[in-house]
Design a protein around this ligand. Structure first.
Ligand SMILES: Nc1ncnc2c1ncn2[C@@H]1O[C@H](COP(=O)(O)OP(=O)(O)OP(=O)(O)O)[C@@H](O)[C@H]1O
Length: 619
């Protein structure tokens, strides 16, 4: 609803949408009281501000026309009274500004928390399609823009509108003929200013758009600095960026010229208007139609009206910016995730055993629907067994893990856990039952203890003893204690590649992405890591994307993936016995077999070759 409201307001259906906006504010009771108080203070301060020129005119008249004996007394008491009134006006205005600013900050806080939780609930495909920078922008600047626009800017705008209309009314009250004269010259100038303002806005938008392009280029290149460096493209990228910012500079120069002209012209026309008012007012005064105090009041009102109109135009542009931001924000806040976040059934301890099955699954990534990854893919992993998954690079091994975690849904076919379609299960619950180890090291810049607790079902309840125990199981405790701050060591920007990349709580289902890559992270402690892995896998349903011969040999069964489906599945020896089998060919290719007949395995060199191959593949 709010998104449409913002679009409506931008499309010019102003008044009715403003009413709707106020009714939105009414629903947010935490805003209602400060807003009402602010409107009260706004009225007081505006009334005082707008009566000031009238009374100041009276003071001038007193000075000019009453040189009587008690002149000094009456002048000082009048000034004292006016100072008191002005003080009240200033206090009311300051309170209004304070109330509106704090209300704005509260709106921003609410918007940010709502938006962040809405973003985190979106399905994974959404993040494939949306750039992180864009989301961060929504979260930081769009929220601030909208908050300001709805509070401070709105109250400044109301104040400017009230002052402009009261000012015009008072100008007519003080001198109708002079007011009519001024109003006959201002509107044509205003029309010219509006046309010029539009042209300026168009230029500003072009500058901002080209700056956004340059920033996107910089963001991508810095984010992928390894690729840029690997291809030695630094100089070319510098040139590309320079070209982009050169274009921004050209546009900015054009904009600066236009702005300079605009401000020069407005300054000149303002002075000419004042001069013509003085001229016409001087004539009126000469004919005794006006007093000097009245002319002064009139000038002050004209001055206020000018300032207020300026305020109104910046109010309008700020409002439009805020509404643009609001439209974008609400689209995101109201976006329904395409996969459920926290709905569905949970299985009891006795039902949940961890048997996994894919049946005739067809899948393609939503961002590349034409590139089919699986067609008629079926695979069954009995509860408590270890399945090693092998296959050439890019065949979709990691995708299987993503599907099991329900990061994506298959196009057709089913994935079941203990006979339950995972689409029936609550994804949030289900994921807490799965232990995953990805190739990425621990990522969050908090302490090692906090990172370990992250793997628990409820991190807030994990005790220090439990954390130490988990680290012991992973053979990582002594290694962590060697750090000066032990478990409190802060994991910096991927700085510490913990061998405990798999420091997680033993869950019923384990999905391990490439033990070779994990082990390659910490070759020194390879034996310890392997031992910890074996211990963790015991009695659990494990799917491991395997690259090491020992892992393949120890698994209960091996599945060979290729052409979008499982081509072979069985025990290691059975698969190897098939002379025309893909598994055998794969093993041969990876230099496991020293000659084609004898299974004369040099395990150590075979593993080393495989590891080298993996490293090459990764590079
Ligand atoms: N988020 C994604 N969006 C679109 N395509 C993707 C995405 N992730 C992976 N792919 C593509 O899907 C295919 C399978 O990728 P996947 O990572 O599952 O293969 P893999 O067998 O695990 O490869 P590797 O052994 O190299 O890690 C690849 O062609 C890859 O480019």
């Amino acid at each position: 609803g709010f998104a449409q409201l913002c679009k409506g307001l931008q499309g010019g259906r102003g008044p009715c949408c403003l009413l709707l906006l106020l009714s939105c504010a009414k629903q947010q009771s935490y805003l209602l009281l400060p807003c009402l108080a602010a409107v009260g203070f706004l009225t007081v301060s505006s009334v005082i501000t707008m009566s000031a020129p009238f009374f100041l005119g009276k003071v001038i008249d007193v000075i000019y026309t009453n040189p009587s004996e008690d002149f000094t007394d009456s002048l000082s008491s009048l000034c004292a009274l006016l100072s008191g009134i002005f003080l009240c006006g200033a206090a009311a205005n300051a309170t209004r500004v304070y109330l509106m600013q704090t209300a704005g900050q509260r709106i921003v806080k609410r918007l940010r928390t709502t938006l962040f939780s809405s973003i985190l609930k979106q399905e994974t495909a959404f993040f494939d399609k949306t750039r992180t920078g864009e989301l961060i922008n929504r979260l930081s600047s769009d929220t601030a823009l909208l908050g300001r626009s709805l509070t401070e800017n709105l109250s400044d705008g109301l104040r400017a509108a009230a002052q402009a209309s009261v000012g015009v009314g008072m100008m007519f009250f003080v001198s109708p003929s002079l007011a009519a004269f001024v109003l006959s010259i201002v509107p044509p100038l205003a029309v010219l200013a509006v046309i010029y303002g539009r042209y300026l806005r168009k230029l500003t938008k072009m500058t901002q758009d080209s700056l956004a392009e340059a920033t996107q280029l910089a963001e991508e290149r810095i984010g992928n600095i390894r690729t840029v460096r690997a291809f030695g493209q630094e100089m070319a990228e510098m040139q590309k960026y320079t070209n982009k910012v050169d274009y921004v500079l050209q546009l900015a120069k054009k904009e600066a010229l236009a702005r300079a002209g605009f401000f020069g012209a407005t300054g000149l026309s303002g002075n000419l208007i004042v001069l013509s008012v003085l001229y016409k007012g001087g004539l009126l005064m000469g004919n005794a139609y006006m007093t000097v105090g009245e002319l002064s009041s009139f000038l002050m009102y004209a001055f206020w009206v000018g300032i207020s109109i300026g305020g109104l135009s910046s109010f309008y542009s700020e409002l439009m910016k805020g509404l643009g931001a609001g439209g974008r924000l609400w689209e995101l806040i109201e976006r329904k995730p395409q996969l459920p976040f926290n709905e569905g059934i949970t299985l009891g301890k006795s039902t949940f055993r961890g048997a996994l099955e894919f049946k005739n699954v067809e899948f393609a990534y939503p961002t590349r629907p034409e590139a089919s990854i699986f067609k008629d893919f079926s695979l069954s992993i009995p509860a408590g067994s270890v399945m090693a998954l092998v296959g050439p690079s890019g065949t979709g091994k990691s995708t299987i893990v993503s599907l099991l975690l329900r990061l994506y849904d298959p196009i057709s076919g089913t994935i079941t856990v203990d006979g339950f379609d995972i689409r029936q299960l609550n994804p949030l619950w289900f994921r807490t039952k799965i232990g995953t180890v990805s190739q990425e090291p621990i990522l969050f810049s908090c302490s090692i203890a906090e990172n370990i607790a992250y793997g628990a079902e409820d991190p807030s309840t994990v005790t220090a003893e439990e954390i130490q125990k988990v680290a012991e199981i992973a053979n990582a405790a002594s290694f962590i204690r060697d750090f000066p701050k032990g478990f409190d060591t802060v994991v910096g920007e991927k700085g510490i590649l913990l061998s405990g990349t798999f420091l997680f709580y033993p869950k019923k289902i384990l999905l391990l992405q490439s033990e070779a890559k994990i082990l390659a992270l910490d070759a020194e402690n390879e034996y310890l890591v392997q031992e910890a892995l074996d211990r963790l896998m015991e009695g659990r349903t494990v799917l491991i994307i395997a690259h090491r011969l020992s892992t393949i040999q120890n698994a209960d069964s091996v599945a060979v993936l290729g052409q979008g489906k499982i081509l072979e599945c069985g025990k290691h020896e059975e698969l190897l016995a098939n002379p025309n089998g893909l598994f055998r060919k794969l093993m041969q290719k990876q230099a496991f077999l020293q000659n084609s007949d004898a299974f004369a395995l040099d395990v150590q060199s075979g593993e080393n070759n495989l590891l080298k191959e993996n490293v090459r593949e990764n590079v």
